[in-house]
Design a protein around this ligand. Structure first.
Ligand code: COA
Ligand code: NAP
Length: 265
């Protein structure tokens, strides 16, 4: 049972990068449950196929699985072409593809730094640009970028990811201003610690869970479906006058230093 009307996004088509796992699979499920057809895009076809089957089974909607690395503009364009060919339109783009690891700034190579900037920041731009050229500039639409709160407080061992997410926040505002006149709204969701995700299982040091959960003002980690609800809201007409915003969905974690704790600071 959803807080939103089931058909709030009926007839719309969404493309979600990173939609085969974690938070962005949760977002895709929510978009589909509210009427969207969806394409999910990441590097691993097998993972996407399994996720698409699961999403179709759960929601009764249609999901297309297209492998592409967001660092490859031609592959991104092909994924958008495949979406348009299958569904005939594209209205909503969610940029969730990301790469991350824990590394102190002093132990990070330029290549490591560049890899994360390339996937998160340049990849987000590449997908926005291809979607703009092929669909959004003619018909309008919504872009939802997935950021983080790491850069609000300079979380240790996350220089590369924080810089990439700060670039995504800035890009959100720039694109909102440039593309607003064409009926394109561009917003961002900044999740906090979300349970049962790669970001948390691989990046949270063992033994920190209880301490970290207690540090969150709402006293728990978030769920992917709660990020999904934020995406449904931003994609829907309920957000028709919202653009260039970063919606923090973190139970208040960053204000209470929760992300610092996560990395032992
Ligand atoms: N510490 C420091 N540097 C690291 C590192 C670590 N733990 N892991 C990778 N790197 C560096 C590599 O060393 C390499 O640079 P170098 O050759 O100069 O040392 C650079 O990053 C590229 O690594 P590579 O493994 O070749 O890149 P990739 O494109 O195959 O993978 C990653 C990208 C590293 C981001 C990988 O973690 C990934 O694919 N992640 C996707 C899922 C994910 O991170 N989810 C969480 C989202 S929050
Ligand atoms: P995740 O499941 O690992 O999601 C990342 C996705 O990106 C994967 O599906 C991965 O699939 C895809 N991907 C990685 N590199 C790619 C590339 N080069 N091209 C295309 N796709 C690529 O992790 P998650 O924790 O749910 O994170 C989802 C998003 O939320 C990320 O943007 C992350 O930064 C953000 N976030 C997460 C948290 C958290 O608590 N988990 C907190 C704040 C922000 P493939 O391996 O198949 O490519």
């Amino acid at each position: 049972m959803s807080i939103f009307r089931d058909d709030i996004l009926a007839g719309r088509v969404a493309l979600v990068t990173g939609g085969g796992s974690g938070i962005c699979k949760g977002i895709t499920e929510k978009l589909m449950a509210h009427g969207c057809k969806a394409a999910i895009v990441s590097r691993t076809q097998e993972k996407l196929d399994a996720a698409a089957a699961e999403l179709q089974e759960k929601t009764g909607g249609e999901c297309l699985a297209v492998a592409a690395d967001v660092r490859e503009p031609a592959a991104v364009e092909a994924a958008i072409d495949a979406t348009l060919e299958r569904f005939g339109r594209l209205d909503i783009v969610v940029n969730g593809a990301a790469g991350n690891f824990l590394a102190p700034a002093a132990g990070l190579s330029a290549k490591g730094y560049r890899t994360v900037m390339d996937i998160d920041a340049v990849g987000t731009y590449t997908v926005c640009r291809a979607a703009f050229d092929k669909a959004l500039k003619a018909n309008g639409g919504q872009i939802i970028n997935i950021s983080a709160t790491l850069h609000y407080t300079g979380v240790p061992f996350q220089t590369h990811a924080g810089a990439a997410k700060a670039a995504i926040d800035a890009m959100t505002r720039h694109l909102a201003v440039e593309w607003g006149p064409l009926g394109i709204r561009v917003n961002c969701i900044a999740p906090g610690p979300i349970d049962d995700t790669e970001g948390m299982t691989r990046l949270m040091p063992k033994g920190m869970r209880d301490k970290m959960e207690k540090s969150v003002p709402l006293q728990r980690f978030g769920r992917s479906d709660e990020i999904g609800d934020a995406a449904v809201f931003l994609a829907s007409d309920a957000a028709s006058y919202i653009t260039g915003s970063v919606l923090v969905v973190d139970g208040g974690a960053w204000m209470a230093g929760g992300m610092q704790l996560m990395h032992g600071a």
